[in-house]
Every structure is written in structure tokens, then in C-alpha cells.
Design a protein around this ligand. Structure first.
Ligand SMILES: NC(=O)C1=CN([C@@H]2O[C@H](COP(=O)(O)OP(=O)(O)OC[C@H]3O[C@@H](n4cnc5c(N)ncnc54)[C@H](OP(=O)(O)O)[C@@H]3O)[C@@H](O)[C@H]2O)C=CC1
Ligand SMILES: O=C(CO)COP(=O)(O)O
Length: 355
């Protein structure tokens, strides 16, 4: 395979983890920190060590501070955006001066934005909108989705993901560059289905986390060893079902709800992390304000996507595109996270018929 040069912009854990398969395939990687990543880049430059991944960088990775971005982007074959959803506009604004027709950007970011009328905008389109009008349709955008914890990818654990792009050739080209014997990449042109599913799973991972909090609040497993796995499973299944309803409404591949992007990504995110921790605190009975105070400093993408759904859902229901009875768990999440109401789960309202 031809050796390529990639720039990763955003040196958080997930963006940086994508350097491992690239490096193992012999490619050159330029890792550019955001303005928030100075400590990470300093450690990478001085010790070749990523402090949040707690690993030495693999071969062929050169770190750059943000002020060195012009040098870092010179002559690269593609750019990977490693920012989280807080940086979705920033990355478009930052890359805009350096992009030209024919360039390719792929993003790991998982999130959604609600437009004023309730339509859901995937983050690659948020990035596109930040580019000069004449360039918007001249740049190929792609996204990575599916169950892939950053530390496990860097640990070369078997991982299966989709690379989505409106232009399937772009997804195939990038998949060929990244694919290794542990990073299994399937290209798809279903970027909207992919991005909507992987963004919503953060919200529903918070929902699954409620069960662990409810268990803790009830005093933990009882003397006969009864946990709340039944409860967690019901919340998990309802989450996948609600993702299915939204994908069906959008007229995109609704099967993604039960495959890698929906159920698969929901499973791995429910195993631990920021979204599920927030859910546990709420399940224990803490208010959203108390939970946010405990998790101060963490980016809570689950809360961000629920906030966007709080804007979108009433409008989508008013337009007759979704039925309130199809989305009881999302309504509960909105009540608790956005409207700061006490948690009240109505299990009997769940599992309405599909369609
Ligand atoms: N963590 C994981 O295992 C996985 C994450 N993802 C997705 O990948 C994305 C990145 O995840 P992860 O690496 O964990 O995220 P991080 O929270 O580590 O953030 C990633 C990067 O975004 C930067 N960032 C945060 N806020 C802003 C802002 N306002 N403007 C510009 N840049 C900003 C971060 O800076 P700083 O470090 O200072 O916050 C960092 O460089 C997320 O959308 C996540 O959902 C996907 C699969 C797995
Ligand atoms: O997005 C993630 C996995 O896809 C990381 O999850 P948390 O934000 O819940 O830690």
C-alpha cells in the first residue's frame, strides 16, 4: 500500500488512538493538539508519552502545538478530526483556512445538533457549514462510528467500526488505509444513519447507567445476590428501539439501530465512562445539578445530545414525524437532564410496537 501522511487535529484519547492502526500500516502521522491540549502535546514532545492514554506513542507520530498547525497540515493526504462535540464548530473554523478542493476530513466526534425546526444535523455537516461557501461541496467528509473505546484501540484489541461518507469511494479509501488485523473497518455510504445512531447511544448509555444508580440507592445487591441487570437490559433495549424509531423517521438505514452503531456502541459505552457515570448518579437520586458538580471538568456528551433532543423532539412530534409514545425513555432523560426533574421511570410506557 502507498504510504500516506495523515494529520490528527485534536489530541484527546480517541483522535490519538487512531494513530495506532495508521502507524502499524507504516503511515506517517502528525498529531496536532487543540488550544486545550497543550499539556498532552508537551508530554508527547518531551517524553513521547500520551498522559491520558497512559501509553508511549507508536512509531512515526510527530506531535505539534496548535500554533504549528500550518506546518503540520502541509502536504497531508487527509485530516482526522479528534475533537469532541464541544469542538464541532471550532474544528471547521480552524481547518477552513487550510482546506482546498479535493481534500478529505474524517471525524471521530459523536454528537448531533438540532436545527430551529427540529431537524437533526450530523456533526460532519456542522463542520461543512463552517467552510467557505465555495469549498463546502469540494471537500470530502467522513466519520467513524461503532463500538471503539480509545484505550482498547491503542491496546490493539479487536475492534469493528464503520467509516461513513456520502462518497463511498472516500470511505473505502480511508478504510483501506486504516484496516489492520485488529481494526476491522467497513465502509458505508450511510453516514447519516451511522452518525445519528452513535450520537444517540451516548444519551441511552446514560439511561442504562440509571440502573446501577438505582441498585446503589436500594442498598446494592440483596443477600441472595439479586442485581438490577434486568432493569439495565430493559433500558438498553428501549434505547436501541428509540434509535430505531429515529432512524426510521429519517428514512435512513434503520437496521443500524441494532448493529454496530446502535446496540454495539451502546453496549461498549454502557460498560463504563462519562455517560454511564452521569446516569448512575442520576439513578442514585442525585439532581442533575449535583451530578454535574461531581463530574465537574468532564465533557458530558450524553447531556449535550439530550439537550439537543430536548429542542428537536417536541418539534418532530408536532410535525407528526415521531410519536411521543415511541420515545418514553428520551422524554424521561430530557425531564431529568434538561428540566431538572426527579427521575421517574415509567417501564410500562416502554416497548410500544415498532413502526
Ligand atoms: N473516548 C472514547 O473512547 C471514544 C470517543 N469517541 C468520540 O470521539 C470524540 C473525542 O472523544 P475523546 O477523545 O474521548 O474526547 P475528549 O473529551 O478527550 O476530547 C477530544 C478533544 O476535543 C477537544 N475539545 C474539547 N472541547 C473543545 C472545544 N470547545 N474546542 C475545541 N476542542 C475541544 C479536547 O480538548 P481537551 O482534552 O482539553 O478537552 C480534545 O482535544 C467524542 O465525540 C467521543 O464521543 C468515539 C469513540 C470512543
Ligand atoms: O463516546 C464514547 C464512546 O463512544 C466515550 O464515552 P463517554 O463519553 O461516556 O466516556
Amino acid at each position: 500500500m502507498k504510504k500516506i501522511t495523515a494529520a490528527i487535529v485534536g489530541a484527546g484519547v480517541m483522535g490519538t488512538a487512531t494513530a495506532w492502526p495508521l502507524s502499524d500500516n507504516g503511515h506517517e502521522i502528525r498529531l496536532v493538539g487543540t488550544h486545550l491540549d497543550r499539556d498532552i502535546i508537551q508530554s508527547c514532545k518531551e517524553k513521547n508519552f500520551h498522559p491520558r492514554l497512559k501509553r508511549e506513542l507508536p512509531p512515526n507520530v510527530t506531535p505539534y502545538y496548535l500554533e504549528e498547525i500550518e506546518t503540520a497540515l502541509e502536504g497531508v493526504d487527509f485530516i482526522l478530526s479528534g475533537v469532541n462535540s464541544m469542538g464541532a464548530h471550532w474544528i471547521g473554523q480552524t481547518l477552513a483556512p487550510y482546506l482546498k478542493a479535493g481534500d478529505t476530513v474524517i471525524a471521530v466526534t459523536k454528537g448531533l445538533e438540532a436545527e430551529p425546526g427540529g431537524s437533526l444535523l450530523i456533526l460532519p455537516e456542522v463542520l461543512r457549514a463552517e467552510l467557505p461557501a465555495g469549498l463546502r461541496e469540494q471537500v470530502s467528509l467522513a466519520a467513524i462510528g461503532g463500538p471503539c473505546i480509545a484505550g482498547e484501540l491503542a491496546g490493539r484489541r479487536q475492534s469493528c467500526v464503520f467509516f461513513g461518507s456520502r462518497e463511498i469511494e472516500t470511505a473505502r479509501w480511508l478504510a483501506d488505509i486504516y484496516r489492520t488485523d485488529y481494526y476491522h473497518v467497513q465502509p458505508t455510504s450511510e453516514m447519516v444513519a451511522l452518525e445519528v445512531a452513535v450520537a444517540l447511544k451516548n444519551a441511552y448509555a446514560l439511561g442504562v447507567g440509571l440502573a446501577a444508580g438505582m441498585l446503589k440507592a436500594s442498598g446494592g445487591p440483596d443477600t441472595a445476590g439479586a442485581y438490577m441487570h434486568n432493569t439495565a437490559a430493559a433500558l438498553f433495549a428501549q434505547g436501541a428501539t428509540e434509535i430505531h424509531h429515529i432512524l426510521t423517521m429519517l428514512g435512513v438505514d434503520e437496521h443500524f439501530a441494532y448493529g454496530l452503531p446502535g446496540a454495539g456502541d451502546l453496549f461498549v459505552t454502557s460498560r463504563g465512562g462519562r455517560s454511564v457515570t452521569l446516569g448512575q448518579l442520576l439513578g442514585e437520586g442525585k439532581s442533575i445539578q449535583e451530578a454535574r458538580a461531581i463530574l465537574k471538568g468532564e465533557t458530558l456528551e450524553a447531556a449535550l445530545v439530550i439537550e439537543q433532543m430536548a429542542v428537536a423532539l417536541p418539534k418532530l412530534e408536532a410535525r407528526g414525524l415521531l410519536r411521543a409514545q415511541d420515545m418514553p425513555l428520551m422524554h424521561t432523560l430530557i425531564d431529568v437532564v434538561v428540566n431538572a426533574q426527579p427521575l421517574r421511570l415509567d417501564f410500562d410506557a416502554m416497548f410500544s410496537q415498532l413502526g
